[in-house]
Design a protein around this ligand. Structure first.
Ligand code: PLP
Length: 372
């Protein structure tokens, strides 16, 4: 079988280094808030191009802590509105509602599956405090218009960078990484993400020093100083062992993302089946890191069955949109999201990873071209 994302193989690439640093952490007897986390935070800040990285337990917490910090800083309050794409992964929405803020869903662009920037302004009200963009599937979501909108209405621009770590954005003259484009970003190092730990972990990246300080305290029981509680915080920290693994894997991330791009190009150049829409290739190819390679077809369920029967593991990201989840029953009654629903009905994610072999990609393309 061709695996969707073979984590065993991905980590085997770096097995010697990973085992060596694991042994170092075990021997050190120091497991939290130590030099390995500090070193990774510094490396990640340099990589992304921001002043601050604050590590935490996972990507959801990173987003949650950003919003919570804005509340503690008096920038947001209960019931304030956050604009967010309607077709995102549920964690983006959870970070908002868990903070008693209100997600305002905006339809995506059918071609990029990222928020439709043209649709944002009409959703802005006097209660809007932020636009949370999601670089979905690994494709950077950005435009000068987005930046201008956030400035015009004095909104925070928050990035959900969980799927796009390593992507670039060509913002006019500037060439910046996602995770450094807005006021703050949540990053995920879930094992299946492009920069995957060997367990859960995440990080907030930001140029805002006071936000970074607040996030850091909130993730450590609400304390800047041991046993002195500033906020009613939580415990959300990155383990030393995960930081050690991530410092190893960060060195290879650009190269591994480049492999993903080459696989995507192969799919794009060789798939000739008109029933299957492939993701648009980017003019600036580095603005997509292909966390997922998501195709669309009206015959999605048939394609899924066909590929599975032929030994190719494929997945759906995501089968049910947030507004149709039972957890949010009634939250967006009377609103319609036809583009979002079409995406959720038609998408299928093909295998893509730094260890997918050329022969495997060729086989998948042959199967796609024979699908009727
Ligand atoms: C993975 C993911 C998250 C959450 O990250 P975790 O580390 O799994 O908590 C948030 N948003 C998006 C878009 C994701 O893909």
């Amino acid at each position: 079988m061709i695996k969707f994302n073979d984590l065993q193989k991905i980590n085997a690439l770096h097995a010697d280094e990973l085992k060596r640093v694991a042994a170092e952490v075990i021997d050190s007897g120091w497991f939290l808030q130590g030099e390995r986390v500090a070193a990774f935070e510094k490396q990640f800040s340099e990589f992304i191009g921001v002043k601050n990285t604050v590590t935490c337990a996972n990507g959801l917490d990173a987003l949650h802590l950003i919003l919570r910090a804005y509340k503690e800083m008096g920038i947001m309050t209960d019931g304030d509105e956050i604009i967010v794409p309607a077709n995102t992964f549920i964690a983006t929405i959870l970070a908002i509602t868990n903070n008693r803020l209100k997600p305002v869903l905006v339809e995506p662009d059918i071609e990029t599956c990222n928020i439709n920037i043209e649709e944002i302004e009409k959703h802005i009200t006097s209660h809007t405090r932020a636009i949370m963009i999601v670089h979905l599937y690994g494709r950077a979501c950005w435009s000068n218009k987005l930046d201008a909108l956030a400035k015009k209405y004095n909104l925070k621009l928050i990035e959900d960078n969980a799927q796009a770590v390593g992507a670039y954005c060509f913002c006019g003259e500037k060439h910046r990484r996602t995770g450094s484009l807005g006021d703050a970003a949540g990053n995920s190092f879930y094992p299946g993400k492009n920069l995957g730990a060997l367990g859960d972990s995440g990080a907030v990246t930001t140029n805002d020093n006071s936000l970074a300080k607040t996030v850091e305290a909130l993730g450590n029981y609400g304390s800047h100083k041991k046993y002195i509680s500033e906020y009613q915080g939580l415990n959300s920290r990155m383990d030393e062992i995960q930081a050690a693994f991530l410092s190893v894997k960060l060195k290879y991330l650009d190269e591994e993302n480049e492999t993903r791009r080459r696989i995507a190009e192969y799919y794009q150049m060789n798939t000739k089946n008109r029933k299957i829409y492939l993701p648009l290739s980017e003019r600036d190819r580095e603005s997509h890191v292909y966390h997922l390679f998501v195709v669309r077809t009206e015959k999605r369920d048939e394609l899924l069955a066909y590929l599975t029967d032929n030994g190719v593991q494929v997945l759906i990201h995501y089968p049910v949109p947030p507004h149709q989840q039972r957890a949010y029953a009634g939250c967006w009654d009377g609103q319609h999201f036809p583009v979002t629903e079409k995406i959720h009905r038609e998408v299928l994610s093909l295998p893509i990873s730094p260890v997918l072999e050329a022969a495997e990609t060729e086989r998948i393309v042959k199967l796609l071209n024979r699908f009727e």
